[in-house]
Design a protein around this ligand. Structure first.
Ligand code: AKG
Ligand code: FE2
Length: 336
């Protein structure tokens, strides 16, 4: 079959991901129609390219947000409704509740991450590697089952050089672990929790009194080595300072807390996974859409000057294929 899509692999400056465009002309409407007609191609390319797709020119989605939801449905059976999952309503799109609004402008008013310290690497580059760069995570890993895929649209990006999104390839990072580290992480589980639970590394280090968590807010175990349900490939599945449980974790069965053996292993794994050869830096242009697979990639947002710039991004999340490990589980984040 001739495809409606032109596929260029990998993404510039890295060795994973793909850029997708229409072979013919047309904007977001034509693109989504073509993707719906040929519903297997893009999920297939996403899996083949180890979890990251870039589409330019989707500006029309900003005027017709349902288009983003339609496009999201191609990637899985369930596009999450953010009104049903305890997300503060100021972060949910007013008329399309499948869209999470990520913005520093009201009513969301979410501040960007802090500048790394120092702001640049010794050779003047954007820091990407942990722990110089912080904030690496995979979306909603504090839930079981976690979501599969996120889509992120630049409605109003900030100028280049700020407000990038970084991605690290967990599949290549796993493959290149030493045999010794592979053996150490096999069967290991991480304890993931929302930063709202105040068990982040900073919270624990500053001695904050832990809050009592309801059953649906508690930390969730996730495998450190995740087997991708589509490709069968193994990938590192981890977060760092803000989305692991630093009180009882970060790993089940290892010494807990910021000074324990678990912390030392987490630093080693994260620093490994975020080496430059595994990282893609996305500089956003209005109308860019990224599709990423949370099962095999971690990502991080970077600083921008929120005093001067307004940034408006829309995210959807798609779930329904977390793999046999999660078969039959009820949603951990919904109160029983
Ligand atoms: O703002 C960004 O660049 C990324 C935000 C993010 O991690 C997310 O919405 O999942
Ligand atoms: Fe994220």
């Amino acid at each position: 079959m001739t495809s409606a899509f032109r596929i260029s692999t990998p993404l510039p400056g890295t060795n994973f991901g793909a850029t997708i465009s229409l072979t013919g002309t047309g904007g977001a409407h034509s693109f989504v129609q073509a993707a719906e007609r040929d519903a297997e191609t893009l999920p297939h390319i996403l899996a083949e390219s180890r979890g990251l797709l870039l589409v330019h020119g989707m500006d029309a989605m900003a005027e017709d947000p349902e288009l983003l939801v339609r496009f999201s449905r191609i990637f899985g059976p369930e596009v999450e409704n953010y009104r049903d999952n305890l997300t503060p309503l100021n972060m949910v799109h007013e008329t399309v509740p499948e869209i999470l609004v990520v913005s520093n402008t009201p009513p969301v008013s979410r501040q960007p991450p802090r500048l790394p310290d120092p702001p640049l690497t010794g050779d003047g580059r954007l820091p990407t590697r942990f722990p110089h760069r912080r904030g690496w995570h995979t979306d909603q890993s504090y839930r079981r089952p976690p979501p599969d895929i996120s889509l992120f649209l630049a409605v109003i990006p900030v100028p280049k050089g700020q407000g990038q999104t970084l991605f690290a390839d967990g599949t290549a990072a796993y493959d290149s672990l030493s045999p010794n580290l592979k053996a150490r992480v096999e069967g290991l589980e991480g304890l993931h929790v929302s930063s709202r639970a105040r068990r982040t590394r900073d919270a624990v280090l500053s001695g904050e009194t832990p809050i009592v968590l309801q059953p649906h807010e508690r930390s969730q175990r996730q495998p450190v080595v995740r087997v991708h349900p589509v490709t069968g490939r193994k990938a590192l599945y981890l977060c760092e300072f803000g989305q692991m449980d630093w009180l009882e974790g970060p790993f089940v069965g290892m010494q807990p807390g910021p000074h324990g053996d678990g912390a030392a292993l987490l630093f080693e794994l994260m620093a490994h996974m975020t080496q430059p050869q595994f990282v893609y830096v996305h500089e956003w242009t209005r109308g860019d859409l990224l599709v990423w697979d949370n099962r095999c990639l971690v990502h991080a947002a970077t600083w921008f000057d929120a005093e001067k710039e307004a940034r408006l991004m829309w995210r959807t999340t798609v779930s329904g294929n977390p793999g046999p490990l999660y078969a039959g589980e009820r949603k951990s984040w919904i109160a029983a």
